[in-house]
Design a protein around this ligand. Structure first.
Ligand SMILES: NC(=O)c1ccc[n+]([C@@H]2O[C@H](COP(=O)([O-])OP(=O)(O)OC[C@H]3O[C@@H](n4cnc5c(N)ncnc54)[C@H](OP(=O)(O)O)[C@@H]3O)[C@@H](O)[C@H]2O)c1
Length: 262
């Protein structure tokens, strides 16, 4: 496989932790110039320690994708630092598992839509501006199983993921002729810390222990374990590579077989 990204610029939203951080590491190892963003300066600082503080191919930008001016700043800094945007990984998102419909107020719905759905759209619009000039680019949207498998306790996240899948397909159809390939990856369950919150909810609801909730949950995963962030990152790097040059509009599930239907 050709996984050399020399002279390629990759922007990863939410690159300071979890799947985004593992993805940054893989791209840096493949010689890419990498920009990661996140809301917390501390998380970014910790990521720099992991990725290498003397790495001139790495740039961090404090940015909340819920705000257009901060996304503009992210892309302006990317261009000023590395001169281009070749790959955008839309990944940043809050956790949203738990409350039922009557426990979510309108403000929380608006906040959820504004961060993941509109956040991805803001970044996509800015990246496409540059990709159209060079008539090439890759946009990879990190979605999630809740986009296909509805769950009463994943109410804000699920519909937003469905919308991002629709967006992925529509943009792939629209921009394919201009060299911009748009794809999606649906991870889960991946061991990034989110599952603790989810298992706590499951344990509380079923009146069982945390361990029993975990055993029940993993019994529904054919590979009987959580995935590692690096296992999602490998699929992301593949979709950004030359070897994926005829793949657009597709969604890859990196879920240990958990999603059972076609
Ligand atoms: N882990 C799973 O099992 C799983 C399953 C399905 C889907 N996913 C999807 O995979 C993606 C990554 O999940 P993860 O598990 O790696 O999450 P994570 O470990 O919590 O990391 C999330 C990253 O996004 C950043 N972030 C959150 N909100 C942001 C915002 N508004 N603006 C900018 N950065 C923001 C966080 O940094 P700050 O907090 O400092 O901002 C952090 O760097 C998400 O889209 C998630 O929905 C994950």
């Amino acid at each position: 496989m050709n996984l050399d990204f020399k002279n390629k610029v990759v922007v990863i939203t939410g690159g300071s932790k979890g799947i985004g951080l593992a993805t940054a590491k893989k791209f840096l190892n493949a010689n890419a110039k990498v920009v990661i963003c996140g809301r917390s300066a501390n998380n970014l600082q910790e990521a720099v320690q992991i990725l290498g503080s003397d790495n001139s191919n790495l740039k961090t930008v404090q940015c909340d994708i819920s705000y257009t001016n901060q996304v503009d700043n992210l892309f302006n800094i990317t261009l000023n630092t590395f001169g281009n945007v070749d790959v955008l990984i839309n990944n940043a998102a809050p956790t949203s598992w738990g409350p039922l419909i009557d426990e979510i107020d309108e403000e929380e719905w608006l906040e959820a839509v504004n961060s993941k759905l509109l956040g991805y759209i803001r970044c996509t619009k800015r990246a496409i501006d540059y990709m159209l000039h060079q008539k090439s680019g890759r946009i990879i949207n990190i979605v999630g199983m809740g986009g296909r498998g509805p769950n009463k306790r994943y109410l804000t996240g699920g519909p937003i993921n469905s919308a991002i899948l629709t967006l992925t397909k529509a943009l792939a159809n629209h921009y394919g002729s201009q060299g911009i390939l748009v794809t999606a990856i649906s991870p889960g369950p991946i061991d990034t810390g989110h599952h603790e919150n989810i298992l706590n909810w499951m344990a509380k609801e079923a009146k069982i222990s945390y361990q029993e909730a975990m055993d029940n949950f993993l019994s529904g995963v054919p590979l009987k374990r959580y995935g590692k962030p690096e296992e999602v990152a490998s699929a992301i790097v593949f979709l950004a590579s030359q070897d994926a040059s005829f793949i657009t509009g597709s969604e890859i599930l990196v879920d240990g077989g958990r999603f059972r239907s076609l």
